[in-house]
Design a protein around this ligand. Structure first.
Ligand SMILES: [Zn+2]
Length: 170
């Protein structure tokens, strides 16, 4: 009576695991057959049974986000077996610190230029470095965390060179 017209195209997970894709398959909505690599990556890093367990533990509306997150993490881990996506996060955090310093320096220059004519910009004596009234603010504020290791994602550890193409390692 019920027509099973689409039953002959298993999801990427069931196809990979060579099993029958049953109607209630937990993987089926998130691992379409058109994206076989997505499941292959996730399975290699996390294992199919762990993913299945995780998906069953969370609410259905959270599952797509969870799968996308797992896929992202798995891909990053395959790309960088040591640091995974933490490497990418670390690089971005260092970039934020570098840009924050650049912004502070630019703001300081701006204050110096405008300060010659309009001396109404406030300087915060309590917050800043007294010996350096131009900058007025802490330049070496520690943003976020800094990893105690050198990530392979990062090719500019000190932040001194604004642009550095390729890897500068000899
Ligand atoms: Zn399936």
């Amino acid at each position: 009576m019920a027509s099973s017209s689409y039953s002959n195209s298993p999801c990427a997970a069931c196809k990979f695991l060579r099993r029958k894709c049953l109607p209630g398959c937990i993987f089926s909505p998130y691992f379409p057959p058109e994206e076989p690599q997505k499941f292959a990556n996730v399975h290699k890093i996390f294992g199919a049974s762990n993913v299945s367990k995780l998906l069953n533990e969370i609410l259905p509306h959270q599952r797509e986000d969870a799968v996308n997150s797992l896929a992202y993490e798995a891909e990053a881990r395959l790309k960088d077996p040591v640091y995974g996506c933490v490497g990418a996060i670390s690089v971005l955090q260092r970039q934020v610190i570098r840009l924050q310093k650049e912004l502070d320096a630019t703001n300081a220059n701006l204050m110096r230029f405008t300060g010659n004519e309009v001396t109404s910009l406030p300087v915060f004596p309590g917050e800043g470095d007294i010996a350096n009234p131009v900058y007025g603010r802490r330049m070496d504020h520690n943003y976020g965390f800094s990893l105690p290791y050198a990530s392979p994602w990062n090719n500019n550890p000190s932040g001194d060179g604004p642009e550095e193409g390729g890897d500068g390692s000899m």
